[in-house]
Design a protein around this ligand. Structure first.
Ligand SMILES: Nc1ncnc2c1ncn2[C@@H]1O[C@H](COP(=O)(O)OP(=O)(O)O)[C@@H](O)[C@H]1O
Ligand SMILES: [Mg+2]
Length: 246
């Protein structure tokens, strides 16, 4: 595994933090979404909130995410956050956390670059990660109705690994668990966790259980939307994988 080399460089009104071992050229254009679109190198991810785009660069696909507030607040302030210093921007914090998790060998997307643009006391933020290819989100897989017990156990075991490293995921839901199915079709997919916005390292505690409960609620919601109810055996398989890996 190639090491990440964190480097930052100022840009007009802001700064970019990036992996100097990975980004070979074109740093200043990386976040120019309009230029990507003009070059026909932009795809949007179906089903997303519309703030995630796929860009093609260096022969790979990368995911560019613009940070937006979710929920009710989204109607008022869309994408601006209160400035509290560069390292406390959403994008730099997530980039640094991902870099640490990636270096520890945890299954997360490789972080490429993070940017903030500041105006007075507020800023906007963007993050680029390497796209994990051939994936479905757990939500998509559930809707397609093909998640086997082994997969549930594997998801539980993966979450336990993150928890053993003290990794708190602030929004672990069925859309933030990816199943990568590019290996032999019959084998258990590799599980990735994504979207570490507001995530952090914590000492072990009751939050671990709450993270699982949040995922459980999300799974119930996704299943309910298909008119079904979540099979309790599936959730128990996940918990079983979690406990076994602890
Ligand atoms: N590195 C990645 N590889 C593959 N798919 C990704 C990656 N990052 C995001 N996605 C896809 O984009 C969706 C939205 O990305 P996410 O980081 O969860 O942002 P948000 O939840 O704020 O919209 C994910 O649910 C997933 O389908
Ligand atoms: Mg998400």
């Amino acid at each position: 595994m190639q090491l990440i080399e964190a480097r930052s460089t100022p840009v007009p009104d802001g700064c970019i933090l990036y992996d100097a071992a990975y980004v070979r050229h074109g740093l200043s254009e990386l976040f120019a979404i309009d230029e990507w679109a003009a070059r026909g190198a932009l795809e949007h991810i179906p089903g997303g909130r519309g703030s995630v785009a796929v860009i093609r660069h260096q022969g790979e696909r990368w995911i560019l995410r613009h940070y937006r507030r979710g929920g009710l607040a989204a109607k008022v302030a869309t994408d601006r956050y209160l400035w509290m210093g560069a390292e406390r921007t959403r994008s730099f914090a997530e980039w640094r956390l991902l870099a640490m998790l990636y270096a520890r060998g945890l299954p997360v997307p490789r972080p490429v670059a993070a940017r903030y643009l500041r105006r007075g006391m507020s800023y906007t933020a963007d993050l680029i990660t390497v796209m994990v290819e051939h994936t479905a989100t757990l939500a998509q897989a559930l809707r397609a109705g093909r998640v086997e017990a082994d997969v549930w156990r594997q998801i539980g075991a993966t979450i336990a690994r993150f928890h053993a490293h003290g990794v708190y995921h602030a929004d672990l839901n069925a859309h933030n668990v990816l199943l990568a199915t590019h290996e032999a079709p019959s084998s258990v997919p590799r599980i990735y966790l994504i979207d570490f916005d507001r995530g952090r390292i914590r000492s072990r505690g009751g939050w671990e259980r709450r993270v699982l409960e949040r995922l459980h609620r999300s799974l119930e919601k996704v299943t309910a939307a298909t008119g079904a109810t979540l099979d309790d055996a599936q959730w128990r398989a996940l918990l079983h994988g979690y406990e076994q890996a602890r």
